[in-house]
Design a protein. Structure first.
Ligand SMILES: *Cc1c(COP(=O)(O)O)cnc(C)c1O
Length: 823
């Protein structure tokens, strides 16, 4: 936490004080950059960050209303007499300068972590392993960006004696700033993968860019088993006089060598360094976890004379839940699950998400919270601060589970109840106490709060579709980058947002300020309005019976025929309304809905001009084969017809009418035809035609219910289709065609991913179940199985089922629960 006055900060960042001079001597203890997750006014300084897609200056009036009095800005026009401003050239840079200055106030050791994978896990595990020996300040969650790193370092204060911060970059040149902010004494280079490779011309360049973090470090921990990493690290260490702390799992020459052995669900790891030998074990068997544990062990040997003190800790390491899960709960509740090792920073972040989930539907807000561990604060101060946070975020009720939080019950001022243990909570659990409420369930792993979540969760079907909301936003931004800043974006959320869920996706899109949402039928739009979505919504296939509903809910219909227009006009006039917004669809070759002939178009123009009941917001058409180069000539002809027809309207109306024709593949392949708006669909959900670096957003998952042996003369499933050629091991999974998995994927046309292996679907897929051939693998009931997601692309599944990704996505049935992940 920082403690500088505004005048001091202004000096540190080379700014000028403007606006109201009153608060120049105000001491600041909190820095904020995201107005949306902000609550407490107190002594906060807001940095108005600007980027290609957002502008923090826009939120200043709102923040002043909420009581913020001090701002760092780069836009003079934002300055007014209601607050004190520090004017700088670049607000991100100013934030970084402040962090550099703050960092220089401390000389306890700091560990810096970079590399492609494992940064957050290593950081969290080091924290677990070392927390008896050190008081540790670390990056919250995976705050590792140009903004996240300074915000993390600003958390340093004198009560700590070890810092652990992670740094991530996606482009050349970015590490420079982070190096000075973190200024690590000890470095960890995790590994190198192909993420963001498009921005680097070689893997060596990417490694070296990341290594810059350690230019002034004393020691660098790295794995010697990847040839290219080893070579680059060793050249780097020679050049910058950094001591090499290399390790190997494969007997390569290194300071520390490890060997491993799998025993049940544990891996035993043997370390040998300078003639000394150590042995420890971890409750994981996958190769990434082993690699992460080796990094942690080497760091322990650097920080402690004798790592024996901590080897036992490795056995208790837990998986790190880096994302929050958002699920539907019982009685119209929304659950926000956070199994992240509780600490105050992550509590503040989780409360912000809870607030966002509750705000639109005006839900009651409840927090179920475990004891908070390892904060280094005296418990009385800690729970007092927890209560302050709950009050700041206007939480209605807190339920404490655990002996420590219960002991401090008298520090809580909002409605509360406390239970000494999870069992006590479960004994007195009553479903009726949780109704129309947004509930944050937050507890460190050992409290087993997934059991609390299970009590409150709506559906218990083992099969689920996980939707990664961060990936969705990332995909949206990739498409935005293909467009001019002024081009509007309509996002297609029809068909349950291509199967990924309606309200949750729409909430995220509204939060990202998309210009329009599009649904297929009026009911879908009404549902969004009921959930508090205010973004304009267009109904693509309006039916005459739904017109009154459309008007009542301020939805905007797509008018595709003269008849529809006449009918809608009549209803608008009956409602006594004027200039009701509509969108006109022109048929330029699809021969589906749309105005086609010039006479139809003339008639529509006359009908609209004759009075002012209706206003044309936009005119659009839809491409037939935007994804297929074979039909590019046809696509060109569609553009031509569209432009000609649009011209007829432009000449007839005095106001501007927006034009749009591109869908996702169109945006990728014909960005010069973006006109005033584009309609983004499948691309948002991760499917690309041109190799854009989109992220997968949906993962269809289930768990193994039973495992059995099948002999040579036996078969698997209906009609004896699943034949085996050796004695086989079969895993049964509760996912069938009624869940939306295409039956064509049976009989080895499709596969699943289990452990780290691909396995075929054997036999016919049943209504509610399928069978996997897991011969030769160690598989037990409860194991997770992926059907599409990071390891199996939706495109591949579509191909195997002889269909298109759209059908795979929209086909996942409603009984499969959707779980939303957000970082
Ligand atoms: C569904 C739809 C889109 C989006 O298409 P994608 O191929 O998913 O990008 C665009 N425009 C209209 C009219 C649509 O119906």
């Amino acid at each position: 936490m920082i403690n500088f006055s505004i005048a001091e900060i202004s000096k540190i960042v080379g700014g000028k004080i403007a606006g109201l001079p009153e608060f120049a001597n105000q001491r600041i203890n909190q820095v904020i950059t995201d107005s949306r997750t902000f609550f407490n006014s107190g002594y906060s300084l807001f940095f108005a960050l600007t980027g290609p897609r957002n502008n923090g200056h826009l939120y200043i009036p709102n923040l002043i209303e909420k009581g913020v009095k001090t701002f760092v800005v780069s836009d003079k026009n934002a300055i007014n007499k209601n607050a004190t401003f520090i004017l700088v050239e670049n607000t991100t840079l100013a934030l970084q300068q402040l962090a550099i200055y703050h960092r220089q106030q401390f000389n306890f050791p700091v560990i810096g972590i970079t590399g492609s994978n494992g940064k957050t896990i290593i950081k969290e595990w080091l924290h677990e392993i070392l927390s008896d020996q050190f008081k540790i300040v670390r990056s919250p969650k995976s705050y590792n960006s140009q903004v996240g790193v300074p915000l993390s370092v600003l958390l340093m204060n004198p009560i700590y004696n070890l810092g652990i911060f992670e740094a991530g970059i996606s482009q050349p040149g970015e590490m420079e700033n982070l190096t000075e902010i973190i200024s690590p004494e000890i470095g960890i280079f995790t590994n190198i993968g192909d993420a963001h490779q498009e921005n680097f011309h070689s893997i060596q360049q990417k490694i070296n860019e990341k290594l810059n973090l350690f230019k002034k470090s004393k020691k660098l921990v790295y794995c010697c088993d990847s040839g290219v990493v080893k070579t680059e690290v060793e050249i780097f260490c020679e050049k910058h006089l950094v001591e090499k702390k290399g390790w190997s799992l494969k007997n390569n020459p290194a300071l520390i060598s490890f060997t491993t052995k799998t025993v049940n669900n544990f891996t035993e790891i043997y370390a040998s360094s300078n003639g000394k030998k150590y042995q420890f074990k971890i409750p994981f068997t996958d190769s990434s976890s082993i690699e992460n544990a080796c990094h942690c062990f080497v760091v322990s040997t650097i920080l402690m004379n004798d790592p024996l003190q901590v080897v036992e800790r490795f056995e208790k390491l837990e998986p790190i839940a880096m994302r929050l899960e958002i699920k539907k709960g019982i009685n119209n509740c929304v659950l926000v699950n956070d199994y992240y090792n509780s600490d105050l920073n992550s509590l503040a972040i989780a409360l912000a998400v809870l607030h966002q989930q509750a705000a639109k539907e005006h839900l009651y807000k409840q927090v179920i919270l475990s004891d908070i561990q390892q904060t280094g604060m005296p418990p009385a101060d800690l729970y007092k601060r927890v209560n302050e946070l709950l009050v700041e975020w206007k939480i209605d009720e807190v339920i404490g589970v655990g002996s420590k939080i219960s002991y401090h019950f008298n520090l809580f001022s909002i409605k509360n109840s406390f239970y000494n243990s999870l069992n006590k909570f479960k004994e007195s659990f009553n479903r009726d106490n949780f109704k129309s409420s947004a509930i944050l369930i937050k507890g460190a792993r050992q409290f087993e709060f997934e059991k609390v979540s299970a009590l409150l969760q709506q559906k218990a079907h083992q099969t689920q579709l996980e939707i990664n909301l961060n990936a969705l936003v990332n995909n949206l931004n990739i498409f935005k980058n293909l467009l001019k800043p002024e081009t509007k974006i309509m996002v297609m959320v029809k068909a349950f947002s291509y199967g990924s869920g309606d309200v949750e996706i729409a909430k995220v899109l509204q939060y990202q300020n998309v210009d329009y949402l599009a649904v297929a039928v009026a009911d879908e739009g009404v549902q969004l309005r009921n959930a508090g979505i205010l973004t304009p919504i267009i109904v693509m296939n309006p039916e005459q019976d739904s017109f009154q509903n459309i008007i009542d809910n301020r939805l905007e219909p797509n008018i595709y025929s003269v008849e529809l227009l006449k009918c809608f006009k009549k209803i608008v006039s009956q409602n006594g309304l004027q200039e009701f917004p509509v969108h006109l669809k022109i048929d330029t070759g699809m021969n589906r809905l749309g105005l086609k002939s010039e006479s139809e178009i003339d008639e529509v123009i006359q009908l609209i001009i004759s009075n002012n009941w209706i206003k044309i917001k936009s005119i659009f058409s839809h491409l037939v084969a935007s994804d297929d180069p074979k039909y590019d000539n046809f696509t060109q002809s569609q553009f031509e017809v569209f432009e000609k027809q649009v011209e007829l309207f432009a000449q007839s109306f005095p106001y501007k009418i927006e034009r749009h024709i591109l869908n996702s593949a169109g945006i990728e392949r014909f960005p010069h035809k973006q006109f005033d708006m584009v309609r983004l669909g499948i691309g948002l959900y991760g499917v690309t035609n041109t190799g854009l670096p989109l992220e997968n957003i949906g993962t269809l998952k289930s768990t193994v219910s039973q495992v059995k042996t099948v002999n040579l003369n036996e078969t698997v499933g209906y009609s004896r289709k699943g034949e085996v050629s050796v004695i086989s091991k079969i895993a049964i999974v509760p996912l069938g065609y009624a869940d939306g998995l295409d039956r064509k994927l049976g009989n080895k046309n499709g596969s699943a991913f289990i452990g780290e292996k691909r396995v075929p679907i054997i036999g016919n897929i049943c209504m509610d179940m399928l069978m996997l051939d897991v011969t030769g693998l160690s598989v037990t009931p409860g194991d997770k199985v992926e059907f599409f997601g990071p390891n199996i692309s939706i495109l591949e599944v579509a191909k195997n089922a002889s269909t298109i990704p759209y059908e795979i996505l929209t086909g996942i049935s409603q009984r499969v629960k959707r779980v939303y992940l957000q970082e």
